[in-house]
Ligand binder design. Structure first.
Ligand SMILES: *Cc1c(COP(=O)(O)O)cnc(C)c1O
Length: 390
């Protein structure tokens, strides 16, 4: 891995497979279906492998839905707070589940989507879903909390009742065959248990309707993390499945590719204006924006916390942004220009979020097989920068 050009992402196929085996076991033990949330990881060169284990893909809109259809070709689901008139026909044609976020979107599109699915779906009349908001926060990160006060994501029970009191709302809901919620982020199954109690309390009567055939419990389940309580997850899935007679779906992103990727970067320069700072050919702003958004400190191979080992450095980048700082790390040896550093857990929310701010290069993408051998999947160059601009 240290001999490939930098900056580069490396997808670890061995780790990916281990994650997929864990997820497949959950499917086998419970009868649930697990979908890849492509917004987290869209490394479609691995979709054939992923499709060998999971039931399909979920998408945040037309482009991801097309990618899932073209590259995995299994079950294809989509959720968006709003769909464009110009895109809804294509979405309906290529998706098995189209999930809406509001009654007004349902009224606008549900009959059309239901028509497409009856006409084209191989697995029968799947079709239309509605995202609900159980108004149950189980986390502190406001930016990642779809249940935060006033959140636009999902229909609250009060708004559900208001819509159902009108004939038009009732008619729109008659097309709905499944409910969807997504409220978790990097959480264990105790948070799911808390959430399901709220879902049952607020929407249990709706789940019991014979027309409701499936329940999609969203993503944010950190199933492949070492301390994740899988037994409780399986118990909860079976509880929902048998109590309400529904097919349960999960659509994790992170859990699919957790710890299954790296970014290899080179130390280009060292600046010491009171803080020893490494200038890397990688950037938080361009290549790991969650470091600044969340914020968090990405794991770095063979390093410690600041001050823990003999040599401490601040890791930064070539961009103009003063705050483009990845974090402070320590090493047991002095770092020199030309050294390579390896960031870990770089498959998720990384490649999908890259940008070319400051004209920074997009990192190449490699895949590493189970023997540790790397092969180039894709290279980017100046034309990728230029072609996005005018
Ligand atoms: C983000 C998201 C997911 C995937 O979440 P992870 O945290 O990556 O598991 C699934 N479904 C929906 C609707 C999402 O917004």
């Amino acid at each position: 891995m240290l001999t490939i050009p930098t900056p580069s992402y490396v997808i670890d196929e061995g780790k990916l497979k281990k994650n997929l085996e864990i997820l497949k076991r959950v499917q086998d033990n419970t009868g649930c279906k697990i979908l890849l949330a492509q917004k987290c990881f869209s490394g479609f060169s691995e979709y054939e492998l992923i499709g060998n284990y999971l039931a399909g893909c979920t998408a945040s809109g037309l482009y991801e839905a097309k990618l899932g259809k073209e590259e995995m070709g299994k079950e294809n689901h989509v959720f968006s707070p709003a769909y464009k008139e110009s895109e809804i026909d294509e979405i309906a044609e290529i998706c098995d589940h189209v999930i809406f976020n509001s009654f007004s979107q349902l009224k606008k599109y549900a009959s059309k989507v239901a028509y497409y699915n009856q006409a084209t779906s191989e697995c029968g009349a799947t079709g239309v879903g509605l995202r609900i908001n159980p108004e149950c926060s189980t986390q502190e990160h406001g930016i990642y909390d779809p249940c935060a006060e006033g959140s636009r994501l999902g229909v609250t029970r009060a708004n559900f009742d208001k819509a159902m009191a009108e004939a038009e709302g009732k008619k729109a809901f008659s097309y709905v065959e499944g409910l969807h919620f997504h409220t978790l982020c990097e959480q264990n199954s105790d948070a799911l248990e808390t959430t399901l109690a709220a879902v049952e309390e607020k929407f249990g009567d709706i789940l019991r309707l014979p027309e409701i055939k499936w329940l999609n419990m969203g993503g944010g389940h950190h199933i492949t993390r070492v301390d994740y309580d899988i037994a409780r997850l399986e118990r909860l899935i079976k509880h929902m499945k048998y109590t309400y007679d529904v097919q349960v779906y999960l659509e994790p992103g992170e859990a699919v590719a957790l710890n299954a990727g790296y970014m290899v970067t080179e130390v280009m320069e060292i600046v010491d204006n009171g803080i020893k700072t490494l200038i890397l050919d990688a950037s938080a702003a361009c290549h790991m924006p969650d470091v600044l958004e969340m914020p968090y400190r990405p794991p770095l191979k063979d390093s410690g916390e600041a001050g823990e080992l003999a040599y401490t450095y601040r890791l930064s980048s070539c961009t103009c942004l003063a705050g483009d700082i990845i974090g402070d790390y320590s090493f047991d040896h002095e770092i020199k220009v030309g050294d390579k550093l390896i960031f870990e857990d770089m498959a998720i929310y990384s490649m999908v979020k890259n940008n070319t701010f400051n004209g920074m290069a997009l990192p190449s993408i490699y895949a590493m097989d189970e023997k540790g051998k790397c092969r180039l999947i894709k290279n980017f160059d100046y034309s990728d920068f230029k072609n996005r601009l005018s």
